[in-house]
Design a binder for this molecule. Structure first.
Ligand code: PLP
Length: 377
């Protein structure tokens, strides 16, 4: 039977988020034994042992609804960062909070959202779904941020400005003082949403986390600036990507609305238990930071040794471009890597068809990737 489904034009126009391929998919498709996935910036050490133990203890509680708003976890996060619990909003991944911000702050057909291009695709997908105009200022050629170009797109109908720091996919991390200057120049009513999904990695480098945090993160300035939202996640440095847990810190009067608008139980009871335990497992977090810092160096040297161009990164991934005269590039190289069991991220979806992003893995995974790449080039 022929039947026409009506969907909103904004939905019809949507392009789906394209996630990294899974290990099972590649194993089945190419019949390879060893598959190394370095595509989604997951934690190279897996999951925190403390979180794992807490999950096991929590399994028996899954017949219960969680406490709405997860006040215990919100309290623990607030204590960790030295902010009021009323400023903390939790979500089913920080993706949910990005979505909530757009839905709560931007009136469809009236407001606009401003960001850089290329950027994390969720900002555009969720704006599109809401029928909110997304304006994107091109990054500079070296992937640093052109604040003037960004501000040119901002007007009195701008409700949100998204800046990712450190940036995805380049790994570039702007100094916090530039972000503070940006926040001061935004019109009344516009919110600067700082996506700090990878900030832990930036702050660790060179071993003095406190000094680095003040240099790069807006968290130390959170209390003095009333128009910023800081987004963080348990997906990367805490190794809980599959459980879906993210959070944001924002002015209390804004947090109230997001908490009302959110589906009541979007943070499930296991995510809550694991999040609480992961916050306590400082050993695991520090081991992660160390592994990422070492692996990032290892990958950078190896890639440069193969003649690739590598961009400086403060995150747990590196963006690179193979040499122009290499045997393989772009889609062909991506496919050849898959056939050999290596999953990286091709950046075609970011309009960078000749570029790749590789997540920092364990030492042996990084070596496997580098060996395969060198052969293919
Ligand atoms: C990974 C990532 C996130 C985190 O997403 P979750 O929904 O918390 O898993 C947010 N922003 C950027 C730029 C990311 O790369």
């Amino acid at each position: 039977m022929q039947r026409k489904i009506f969907v909103r034009p904004a939905v019809e126009a949507l392009e789906a988020y394209s996630p990294g391929l899974s290990i099972t998919e590649i194993r089945e498709r190419y019949g390879v034994d060893r598959v190394v996935k370095l595509a989604s910036n997951e934690n190279p050490l897996g999951v925190s042992p403390g979180a794992l133990a807490a999950l096991e203890r929590a399994f028996g509680s899954v017949f219960r609804y969680p406490q709405s708003g997860s006040p215990r976890l919100a309290g623990a996060i607030a204590a960790r960062h030295g902010v009021s619990p009323d400023c903390v909003v939790l979500g089913n991944g920080s993706d949910e909070i990005i979505d909530l911000l757009i839905r709560c702050l931007a009136e469809p057909g009236w407001h606009n959202v401003v960001t850089f291009k290329p950027c994390f695709s969720i900002y555009g997908i969720q704006s599109g779904l809401c029928g909110v105009e997304l304006r994107a200022a091109p990054l500079r050629e070296d992937f640093t941020f052109d604040w003037e170009a960004l501000l040119e797109l901002v007007d009195e109908r701008t409700s949100l400005v998204f800046v990712t720091s450190p940036d995805n996919p380049s790994g570039y991390c702007p100094p916090a003082r530039e972000l503070a200057a940006l926040s001061a120049r935004l019109p009344e009513g516009a919110i600067l949403a700082l996506d700090e999904a990878y900030m832990d990695f930036a702050a660790y480098e060179d071993g003095d986390p406190e000094a680095r945090l003040a240099e790069y993160s807006m968290l130390p300035r959170f209390k003095e600036l009333r128009n910023i939202v800081i987004l963080r996640t348990f997906s990367k440095s805490y190794g809980l990507a599959g459980l879906r847990l993210g959070y944001a810190m924002m002015p209390e009067d804004l947090a109230v609305y997001l908490n009302r608008a959110r589906l009541p139980f979007s943070v499930n009871i296991l995510a809550e238990a694991a999040g609480l335990a992961a916050l306590e497992d400082e050993d695991f977090r520090l081991a992660t930071m160390k592994a990422v810092e070492e692996g990032r160096k290892q990958l950078q040297w190896g890639l440069e040794d193969s003649g690739c161009r590598v961009w400086p990164s403060r995150a747990n991934f590196l963006m690179f471009a193979p040499p122009v005269k290499a045997k393989l590039g772009g889609a062909d190289l991506f496919e050849a890597l898959l056939r050999r069991g290596v999953i990286v991220r091709g950046l075609k979806g970011y309009d960078l068809p000749e570029f790749f992003r590789v997540s920092v893995g364990r030492m042996d995974e990084n070596l496997f990737f580098l060996d395969v790449l060198r052969e293919l080039l």
